[in-house]
Design a protein around this ligand. Structure first.
Ligand code: ADP
Ligand code: MG
Length: 491
């Protein structure tokens, strides 16, 4: 943020301006206006009620849980919650929309202005904080899905998604680089997952972004924007912005003008292309939906929403640093995802010391999970087992290197650490007699090196440590080995 983003190939002080409209699927067992289920990956058209199929005469009934989740999300971003809001019809014809209109909220959205704080590098405690404004969050229905790859000459429609509740979270045009947009999406996703209002799964389409991009000479009024629809990963959003900024600068520098239009991102070619000229709100003939009463929220409902909010990522990060004495880096990493934070708190509840547990989690556990391509949710080692392992290190049963060996075996076998230590005799030993005996053997076998060491080659000390540890099959207490070796060599 401190260094302005440079648009590749641009001459002069061009600046990119970005606003994101994120569609987040509300976590709810049922759809926004019907009781049909919302499970991902179900058999096509197996989760469609008469309302979702827009059968004549069917009436929508708002699902309280969807409204509740959107309100809680609004509260989590410090937004104003509108006690009175209303649903509008957005009219357009397309095969994936059997009603012929989408029920949305244009004039009176449920949630008004809020904000999200981002840090460009979440793991760097000194990284600058920037506030990104949120214009509104409104609630609307999703459309069905067209399938063009099932038959050579026909297209099919899957209406499972038709009527699923979405929150559209509209940012202000406050971002100035692809990296800021990436940080915003990651932070928004983290908040949604903490709140539990959306699972944030971009691959499954439960979070998608419309990416609005324009460019301007620094200080000039905003330029004309284009909107790239339905981009479904953080990486693709960043690539869309880079490519679109470059394309717009090229057009402007060649004396052309930017057309306000809707574009499509093609991940295979990593470029956007024009889809249609941008429609305006009036093209959709919005009007209040006569089938639905306005939403009026009662104080008790709002109170329940507020009371049910969890500790959010920023608050948790600060508490970890302040109260648990965890390094800023570790606190940032662990709180960046709710599942990781929950796992960590279970390890602490099982008796582990916070700082040691945090270090172990961000290095050993994350290293192993990366290697195995797994998320913390399907870690082969449970939080309770991790706490036991840390306990064995804390009470001196295991050295750092033995704990790594034991952890590897835990990953492979799923066994408890105590059982592994017992079965394989991996306990650390501080038995000075046994260690001294091995030291004597190592020195006898390396008389030349002993002479070199005593002649001033200090660096050889590490060699003797290594040999002694090897002779003790890695089980000797390293501090004791160091101490006894010094004594023997300096004698
Ligand atoms: P629409 O609903 O027609 O897409 P909005 O006015 O609601 O239009 O704006 C949609 C998004 O476009 C918002 O996220 C906003 O921040 C962003 N936006 C508006 N103007 C610009 C601009 N000049 N450059 C980049 N983004 C913009
Ligand atoms: Mg839009």
């Amino acid at each position: 943020m401190s260094e302005p983003y440079h648009i590749e190939g641009a001459t002069g002080p061009w600046e990119v301006v970005i606003g994101l409209e994120v569609h987040a699927q509300v976590t709810s067992a049922a759809k926004l206006f019907s009781g049909a289920a919302t499970a991902f990956g179900a058999e096509p058209n197996s989760q469609v009620s008469l309302v979702d199929a827009a059968m004549p005469g069917m009436l929508p009934v708002p699902n309280r849980e969807c409204i509740r989740q959107a309100v809680r999300t609004g509260m989590a971003i410090g937004a104003e919650i509108n006690r009175w809001s209303r649903f509008d019809r957005k009219n357009y014809f397309y095969a994936d929309l059997p009603q012929g209109y989408q029920i949305s909220q244009l004039y009176h959205p449920l949630v008004g202005e809020g904000a999200i704080e981002i840090t460009l590098d979440e793991k760097d405690p000194d990284s600058e904080v920037k506030t990104i404004g949120i214009e509104r969050i409104h609630v609307e229905q999703d459309a069905g899905k067209l399938m063009h790859d099932q038959h050579p000459t026909r297209s099919y429609i899957d209406l499972n998604r038709s009527g699923v509740a979405l929150m559209e979270i509209v940012s202000r045009p406050d971002m100035r680089s692809p990296a800021e947009a990436g940080a915003y999406l990651r932070k928004l996703r983290a908040i949604l997952r903490y709140v539990g209002s959306c699972d944030g799964n971009m691959e499954q389409g439960s979070m998608r972004a419309d990416v609005n991009v324009s460019v301007r000479k620094a200080g000039a009024p905003f330029g004309t924007r284009t909107e790239t629809k339905n981009v479904n990963s953080v990486r693709f959003v960043m690539a869309t912005i880079e490519g679109e900024a470059r394309r717009q600068v090229d057009v402007l520098e060649a004396g052309g003008t930017i057309v306000q239009e809707t574009r499509l991102y093609d991940p295979d070619r990593n470029e956007t292309r024009s889809m249609r000229s941008k429609e305006d709100a009036h093209d959709y003939r919005y009007f209040p939906d006569p089938d639905l009463l306005p939403l009026e929220l009662e104080e008790a409902f709002l109170e329940e929403c507020r009371a049910s909010l969890p500790e959010l990522p920023d608050a948790k990060r600060h508490r970890y640093e302040r109260e648990l004495g965890i390094s800023a880096y570790n606190a940032g990493v662990i709180t960046s995802d709710v599942e990781t934070a929950r796992w960590f708190e279970t390890v602490l509840a099982e008796g582990a010391k916070p700082a040691a547990a945090a270090n172990w989690l961000t290095s050993e556990l994350f290293g192993a999970l990366n290697r195995l391509g797994k998320d913390i949710g399907d870690s082969p080692v449970s939080a309770a087992q991790a706490a036991q392992l840390l306990g064995l290190v804390a009470d001196g049963t295991l050295s750092g290197s033995l704990s790594k060996q034991v952890f590897e075996i835990m990953l492979e076998t799923g066994q408890d650490p105590a059982a592994i230590v017992e079965e394989r005799g991996l306990k650390q030993t501080s038995d000075t007699g046994a260690i001294e005996a091995e030291i004597a053997k190592v020195m006898a076998a390396n008389a030349d090196k002993v002479a070199d060491y005593r002649g001033g080659k200090d660096k050889l000390f590490g060699f003797f440590v290594g040999q002694t540890m090897k002779a003790m099959a890695g089980k000797a207490n390293p501090a004791v080995v160091n101490e006894l070796l010094k004594k023997a060599l300096d004698a």
